[in-house]
Design a protein around this ligand. Structure first.
Ligand code: SF4
Length: 226
């Protein structure tokens, strides 16, 4: 039994013997609440859980948590950062100019948005579009990990500075992981800049182009027979 399962069972045991209050920090209690209610291993169960999630303070500023967009059977997953105001309004990742640039970036390597299931590393918008705090990333992490577990993509493209914070416990500089291939649950994942960052920093275009070439190389290796 993994330690999390063991912890969940222990909490249930405490409840059955009448202990309903566990002294712990607010963040830990929220995390345990989120984790311990992922009873059903189903996409619908997870979606429902997400809709009502209040595991971190971001629930107060969002219009809605965003599940994602695209074919649940897609072989490719794209992980974005966290919803901006417009995405929160339209309940989808990538809108407006940022979406247009993403479409062009993917087209440059012969792919389409529709080839991916697209989701965010953190599912709710933040106040003033600030980056999520570490405790918010930690609270939301189970949703992304569970999506990966249930959707079983074969290859993941992660865009922006937030996704690495979900997958690496150590603080690493983005430049040290960008364009390299890592594994998440045995699935290859490649990190690159987010299109919103590229719009503000056109000098990163060349680096993103190199990263996308690597992604396409991985794609070809996995899906096209030699
Ligand atoms: Fe829940 Fe994630 Fe939204 Fe926080 S950001 S309230 S953990 S869905």
């Amino acid at each position: 039994m993994n330690p999390l399962e063991e912890l969940k069972n222990y909490i249930k045991y405490l409840e059955t013997i009448g202990i309903t209050h566990i002294p712990a920090s607010k963040e830990l209690l929220r995390f345990l609440k989120t984790e311990s209610t992922f009873e059903k291993d189903s996409i619908e169960g997870l979606k429902n859980k997400l809709k009502e999630c209040q595991a971190c303070a971001l629930y107060r500023v969002r219009k809605q948590p965003i599940w994602g967009e695209g074919d649940l059977n897609a072989k490719l997953m794209l992980i974005s950062e966290y919803p901006n105001k417009e995405e929160d309004f339209y309940n989808k990742p990538f809108t407006g100019e940022i979406e247009k640039l993403l479409v062009r970036m993917l087209a440059a390597i012969g792919l389409k948005k529709q080839d991916f299931f697209i989701t965010h590393a953190v599912k709710c918008k933040t106040p003033g579009n600030r980056p999520p705090e570490p405790e918010e990333i930690l609270a939301c992490k189970p949703f992304l990990l569970k999506q990966i577990k249930l959707l079983k993509p074969k290859l993941i493209l992660a865009m922006g500075f937030t996704p690495p914070k979900v997958f690496f416990e150590k603080k690493l500089s983005f430049s040290s992981i960008r364009g390299k291939v890592f594994k998440v649950k045995d699935i290859p994942i490649l990190f690159t800049y987010h299109p919103a960052y590229v719009i503000k920093n056109p000098a990163t275009k060349r680096l993103v182009w190199e990263d996308l070439q690597k992604f396409k190389h991985l794609y070809n290796k996995l899906f096209t027979s030699s």
